[in-house]
Design a protein around this ligand. Structure first.
Ligand code: AMP
Length: 382
């Protein structure tokens, strides 16, 4: 059964077409980038063939989905004969608020909820919503599913997700910790159980997602019990351009002393901090490593903060879990820089003991979105 996975960002639309029967492999994938600009492009890759990259005219997400459809049924290089071969479309949606603890088929009410949670994820939910609405028109009659980044962390207890601020702000605005990257943490935790040949219900795992965005989760019995990202994806670990944890007093101090607006502080903490802000070199770990080799001390400081904070969180989550069967690294940095895993394994040995496994597992959020969508669609057919 063909399932299409769509991931819309503010100026991009990623896609991945899976054949979910059998070994669940993807047939082709690609991305429309710089939506709304004259320089918009499509990169389309049929597995096992060379990538095609070309300029496209694309003013909005609706047109991006049309471009994706045309790429899938292109006469010369067709993967599909017709759009009707797609039996389900799975959408990555960042924020599902308190409402969604799992993936769901999309109906009018779900659309309204995604819209409602746009207030909490103003950069992420609106483009997802546009992508969903366009797919409903372009792949008419095909069931659409939403897979939320927040859903996996829905299992966190109230004392874990509540901040120590007046309770009325939680009730009034939903200010609480939600956690993100849930699809990646869930995929990696399940894959770890497969690798260790143990039922996930019996495992206690710390999953460490280190990409441009970074987060860490304490997973017990297939449930997330704590995670480092909070109300927004800004909290927690040091990231490419995000500060992670800081004393909130820094915000008002900067506003007063630097005479910056709320939006500018937001920009500083989200786009100018992290590896980039500390090093002054780059948000990309490869550049940081290159600069360290040349003796750049600020790049070294950025790297040291990055690793120290991961260590601190692992220690905290070991306390929360009581026992740790595996610490698992994933995403761009986690998968490609085994040094972080190896160093932490050595340093944390006295704390965690000999039985904790340290692993690298390649994440595959798209595959999990495809599988969830397949399950939801199959229930309709049964
Ligand atoms: P992601 O968001 O998962 O694509 O991850 C992006 C991050 O992975 C960037 O900081 C990259 O520098 C980092 N990354 C990718 N490949 C490598 C590598 N070979 N060594 C170190 N970092 C890498």
């Amino acid at each position: 059964m063909f399932i299409l996975v769509i991931n819309c960002g503010s100026s991009s639309a990623k896609y991945d077409l899976f054949d979910v029967d059998g070994k669940s492999s993807d047939l082709c994938r690609g991305i429309v980038e710089r939506i709304g600009e004259d320089s918009a492009t499509l990169t389309h890759e049929i597995m096992g063939e060379e990538k095609v990259h070309r300029k496209v005219s694309c003013r909005d997400h609706h047109q991006a989905i049309e471009i994706i459809r045309d790429a899938l049924i292109d006469e010369k290089k067709s993967v599909l004969r017709d759009t009707s071969e797609v039996k389900g479309v799975g959408h990555r949606v960042v924020h599902g608020g308190e409402e969604f603890s799992e993936s769901t088929l999309i109906n009018e009410n779900v659309l309204k909820s995604i819209e409602k949670f746009s207030e909490l994820a103003p950069l992420h939910n609106p483009p997802s919503l546009e992508g969903i609405k366009s797919c409903m028109k372009i792949f008419q009659g095909v069931p659409q599913a939403a897979v939320f980044d927040t859903a996996f962390h829905h299992s966190m207890s109230k004392h874990v997700f509540c901040y120590g601020i007046p309770y009325e702000y939680y009730e009034k605005y939903g200010i609480r910790r939600y956690g993100f990257h849930g699809t990646s943490h869930r995929y990696v935790a399940n894959k770890t159980a497969e690798i260790l040949k143990k039922p996930i219900e019996k495992l206690k795992t710390i999953t460490v997602h280190l990409g441009n965005g970074c987060s860490i989760a304490a997973v017990s019995g297939a449930k997330s019990i704590d995670t480092s990202m909070g109300f927004t994806p800004l909290e927690g670990l040091l990231m490419g351009t995000r500060s992670g944890d800081i004393d909130p007093a820094v915000v008002t101090f900067l506003m007063q002393r630097e005479r910056v607006t709320d939006e500018q502080v937001n920009d500083i903490l989200n786009k100018k901090s992290g590896l980039l802000g500390v090093s002054g070199v780059s948000n990309d770990m490869r550049d940081i490593l290159g600069a360290i080799k040349k003796g750049n001390t600020r790049a070294k400081l950025a790297y040291d903060i990055f690793v120290y904070r991961i260590k601190k969180y692992i220690g905290a989550y070991a306390a929360v879990l009581g026992r740790v069967d595996a610490v698992v690294f994933t995403a761009g940095i986690g998968e490609n820089l085994p040094r972080i895993k190896d160093d932490l394994q050595k340093e944390l040995r006295p704390l965690l003991g000999e039985n904790t496994r340290f692993l690298i597992v390649k994440t595959n959020e798209e595959l999990l979105i495809a599988k969830d969508t397949y399950e939801l669609v199959s229930r309709l057919i049964d």
